[in-house]
Design a protein around this ligand. Structure first.
Ligand code: ATP
Length: 289
């Protein structure tokens, strides 16, 4: 008997991202305030009768994303079957892609997290969130956050997660993906070669603003200092958002820029200006728990 589970795989932004030292294993320690947002991919997993087979098929509406073993959703499915010792399976994962790819929005990680959640239901495994996080962390450092969602302070390589209790927030988000490619590896290398700059705010400042029902007044991302000089379009988008009262920052290793707006009127003005300049803004809201 075939069964399907459909879930939403939400994107994230980093309200704060401090890249710290490089570790002996080659990864970097970070401290970040991750915020899940309402922009999502839709993931549908179909389980068919497996017999003696092992089959994972991927279909993705965005044909620039691999539909094979390289897909993060595929890797998560494989890790799930290994971890829970499921020997026979036949699944099809359909990804309806809306989150821009390679954008600093964790689109792939979120698809992977949604697959873990769906397989947990479809194969009646009943694993707890910590077991799913452990499985996901082997594939990507952002996957545990994508499983937990909401607003979290993340440290280690991003996999040590403290969820924060945030009341329903009153700000809206404008997102612009400038459509350029930035290399995450090259950005980390530049950070290592550059002197550490002074942080003008901390993760705790941002959480305190949010817990008091305020839109964060300061934001920070270590990647901006090394990525913006080579990609001035990022600064151009930031300035347009700021002109209309937005508090703007690049997300993750970029190149997506987001702006936080207190009211819909100023957000709409920024949106119209961005559209007139040829950008494609997305409007979304933070997902609080
Ligand atoms: P992060 O913010 O976690 O660094 P990102 O938003 O920069 O992630 P992703 O969209 O997750 O980047 O994907 C980056 C790469 O992973 C792309 O090169 C893409 O081809 C590949 N990839 C594999 N599977 C997926 C997937 N399901 N969705 C998006 N990209 C995927």
């Amino acid at each position: 008997m075939n069964r399907t589970v459909t879930t939403k795989a939400y994107a994230k932004i980093n309200l704060f991202l401090d890249v710290k030292e490089k570790r002996p294993d080659g990864y970097h320690n970070i401290e970040s305030v991750m915020q899940q947002i309402s922009l999502f991919d839709t993931i549908t997993v179909l389980r068919s009768d497996a017999g003696n087979s092992k089959n994972i098929s991927i279909e993705c509406t965005d044909k620039s994303i691999p539909e094979d073993k390289r897909n993060i959703a595929y890797k998560c499915a494989e890790a799930f079957f290994e971890k829970f010792e499921i020997k026979n399976y036949d699944i099809t994962i359909h990804i309806d892609k809306r989150i821009p790819s390679a954008a600093g929005l964790a689109g792939g990680s979120s698809d992977g997290a949604a697959v873990l959640t769906s397989l947990n239901i479809l194969f009646d495994v009943n694993a707890g969130i910590s077991e799913l996080c452990e499985t996901g962390a082997k594939i990507g450092a952002d996957i545990p956050f994508c499983l937990i969602g909401g607003t979290c302070i993340c440290s280690g390589i991003g996999d040590v997660i403290v969820p924060c209790d945030i009341p329903q927030t009153s700000y809206q988000i404008l997102l612009v993906f400038p459509g350029i490619a930035v290399s995450t590896a090259a950005a980390y290398k530049l950070i290592d070669e550059t002197e550490r700059e002074e942080r003008l705010c901390s993760a705790e400042d941002i959480i305190s603003d949010l817990q008091n029902g305020r839109m964060p007044s300061k934001l920070y991302n270590s990647f901006e200092k090394v990525t913006i000089p080579e990609n001035p379009i990022i600064d151009e988008i930031k300035r347009i958002m700021q002109k209309f009262g937005g508090n703007s920052l690049m997300s993750g290793s970029g190149p997506t820029v987001f702006g936080l707006f207190r009211d819909e009127e100023s957000l709409n003005k920024a949106k119209i200006d961005l559209l007139a300049k040829g950008f494609r803004p997305y409007v979304c809201v933070p997902n609080t728990k």
